[in-house]
Design a protein around this ligand. Structure first.
Ligand SMILES: *[C@@H]1O[C@H](CO)[C@@H](O)[C@H](O)[C@H]1NC(C)=O
Ligand SMILES: *[C@@H]1O[C@H](CO)[C@@H](O)[C@H](O)[C@H]1NC(C)=O
Ligand SMILES: *[C@@H]1O[C@H](CO)[C@@H](O)[C@H](O)[C@H]1NC(C)=O
Length: 255
């Protein structure tokens, strides 16, 4: 009887665990996934609940699982500065916590050429308008550019920008651009996040935050109080059955 009660309390405690899940998301500044050689970029892990200890990691074609402190960036807290990019810095980047949790990953491409495509680093929301720009290294103003999706020509724009209206999952793919006389950009993958139903998502995100709040404010003190009272009862009535103590505690709690 006593053993089962203790086991039940242990399961209850771990289920209500007084810590919440950790999470982090990525920000890239400037916010694009292609860079020229010699450019700089700042990568930051934005922590969901203020817990420290997130660092930026990467895989490149010549090295896997190295972190900012390994020499390729200047770390500052959860931020990593890369001040002089090389094509060999192209790769997959992600944030990882000391405990081993990882964020979603992003692809960065550094080109030795003179044309890049400015496209969103993070997945775009279904229904959004997405503007892609074709940039040259040595020309400050935009030049007319041709745009490609999965190597297929999708349009030529004198402004150097193309807008994809109300994107859907069919807009996902590898995008690139070219500027006549300057060359072609590398390709970057654009992914579209499909929303089942917008109001539901907002509601569920709000209710999950509310859940965490109620959990922290109500359940943890309740659990600690109950355990404290239980141990006091145990000390007072060592002869009593533990189960009776639990019942007494619960009813006194209800009052
Ligand atoms: C990085 O490389 C390691 C080792 O090859 C691999 O296990 C891991 O999945 C890679 N991470 C990402 C985010 O691609
Ligand atoms: C990182 O770069 C940003 C922007 O260039 C700068 O404001 C910040 O001071 C830099 N941090 C470090 C540690 O170099
Ligand atoms: C990164 O690039 C690889 C190879 O091109 C691709 O398979 C992967 O889906 C890309 N990941 C993201 C997050 O865009």
């Amino acid at each position: 009887m006593k053993e089962t009660t203790v086991r039940f309390l242990l399961i209850l405690t771990s289920m209500l665990g007084c810590t919440t899940n950790q999470g982090a998301s990525f920000t890239v500044s400037p916010n694009r996934s292609q860079f020229f050689e010699e450019d700089f970029v700042t990568l930051s892990c934005v922590e969901d609940n203020g817990s420290a200890g997130w660092t930026v990691w990467r895989n490149t074609t010549w090295e896997t699982r190295t972190q900012c402190t390994d020499g390729w960036g200047k770390p500052a807290g959860s931020t990593c500065n890369m001040t002089f990019l090389f094509p060999s810095d192209s790769g997959v980047y992600w944030c990882s916590s000391r405990e081993g949790a990882a964020s979603s990953s992003i692809n960065l491409t550094v080109t030795g050429g003179s044309v890049i495509l400015q496209s969103p680093v993070l997945p775009v929301m279904e229904g959004d308008d997405v503007t892609l720009s074709c940039l040259t290294k040595n020309t400050p103003s935009n030049l007319p550019a041709a745009f490609y999706k999965d190597k297929v020509f999708i349009g030529k724009e004198t402004s150097g920008n193309i807008t994809l209206h109300h994107v859907t999952s069919s807009d996902e793919g590898l995008y690139s651009c070219s500027i006549s006389g300057h060359g072609e950009s590398p390709s970057s993958w654009i992914s579209v996040k499909v929303l089942e139903s917008t109001p539901d998502q907002i509601l569920s995100s709000a209710s999950s935050k509310l859940h965490v709040f109620i959990h922290l404010v109500v359940f943890c003190p309740y659990l600690i109080t109950t355990l404290l009272m239980l141990s006091i009862y145990q000390q007072k009535n060592t002869g009593h059955d533990l189960h009776t103590s639990v019942v007494t505690t619960s009813s006194s709690e209800a009052e």
